[in-house]
Write a protein that binds this ligand. Structure first.
Ligand SMILES: [Fe+2]
Ligand SMILES: [Fe+2]
Length: 322
């Protein structure tokens, strides 16, 4: 079913009058069926299941088996070094040995990366995915320090910058200019995107998540990950403000470790990360569980994940770090 352009317009508002055509073109592209194919039924179901704390291992296995390709990818990744010490030949075995939450994490990552495979271009996207996986991991770690996990954390982190993939694919020259200008300024991409194109990757990412039929919390976390301060909470506050703040912190921490494509925001690397404005914002919430974060270890784990997912084999991501 094609995506409803009216729904996409909510995210793709344009601040620069002579750039309205960019937003219009994006709405036209994204409302077609082919640019961002919706997640497979299995991936959508898996997303819902990860929000259900009572879900059983059998249910997870049943859902994954709905998608034969996904199931075999998971078995392949699960038996790679870093996940299991020996070869795994079935999904049940993978679930037993590695555990449900790891399998869900692998399934979501593989599902998301596959969905964007056709948008690949000349840029080395290894750094992009390393950044995304690390942000996903850290979003989960940071959120877990404050509240019981809601199940949307990992996916929100994984998808937070997916708007950049669309920008790079459909506006390659503008994307290059944005990278150059953002690198010169050290300001990060968003300000320059808004100046050059009238829309940001965060807005585009939210529209993409809408096309993927992601949970509303995920859509809003992606939308506001650079601006959690301005999340409008309705009469019934949901988790989105907190979640976008967690993605914002995870993103800042990842930039702090200089893992991103070129043009990322330049930070004061000598300052302790607790002084980042994103951390300060999060301090309005009660940290109930405590956080013991070893950033270098998280980076290492994210690199291992990327290798297991079939990317980042020859670790050339250093060249792309900003
Ligand atoms: Fe971003
Ligand atoms: Fe990011």
């Amino acid at each position: 079913m094609p995506n409803d352009p009216e729904r996409l317009k909510r995210y793709l508002t344009c601040e620069v009058p002579d750039k309205q055509w960019v937003a219009d073109k994006l709405i036209y592209l994204l409302s077609g069926e082919t640019v961002i194919p919706p997640f497979s039924a299995a991936a959508i179901k898996l997303g819902q299941l990860s929000r259900d704390e009572n879900c059983q291992m059998e249910e997870v296995a049943e859902v994954i088996q709905m998608d034969a390709g996904l199931a075999s990818d998971i078995i392949k990744v699960a038996s790679s070094v870093g996940f299991a010490a020996r070869r795994i030949s079935s999904l049940d075995q993978a679930l037993m040995m590695i555990g449900m939450s790891e399998i869900r994490r692998i399934a979501l990552s593989m599902g998301v990366m596959k969905n964007f495979e056709h948008l690949k271009s000349q840029v080395d996207w290894n750094s992009f995915w390393l950044h995304s996986i690390l942000v996903a991991r850290l979003t989960e770690r940071v959120a877990a320090a404050y509240r019981p996990l809601c199940g949307s954390e990992y996916l929100s982190g994984l998808l937070h910058d997916c708007g950049k993939l669309v920008l790079e694919h459909y506006f390659p020259e503008d994307f290059d200019r944005i990278i150059i200008r953002a690198t010169e300024r050290g300001s990060g991409h968003v300000v320059v995107e808004q100046e050059f194109l009238g829309v940001s990757h965060a807005q585009i990412g939210a529209a993409v998540c809408e096309c993927l039929q992601a949970h509303l919390e995920v859509i809003r976390a992606v939308w506001y990950h650079h601006d959690p301060f301005n999340v409008q909470e309705g009469n019934q506050p949901d988790n989105s403000k907190f979640l976008s703040a967690c993605v914002g912190v995870a993103d800042a921490l990842t930039n702090y470790k200089q893992i991103n494509i070129y043009g990322a925001r330049i930070m004061d690397y000598d300052k302790p990360f607790e002084e980042l404005p994103e951390w300060q914002f999060l301090s309005q919430y009660q940290m109930s569980y405590g956080l013991d974060l070893d950033l270098d270890l998280e980076v290492e784990k994210a690199r291992e994940d990327l290798k297991s997912f079939g990317l980042g084999g020859d670790d050339n991501s250093e060249g792309e770090e900003a």
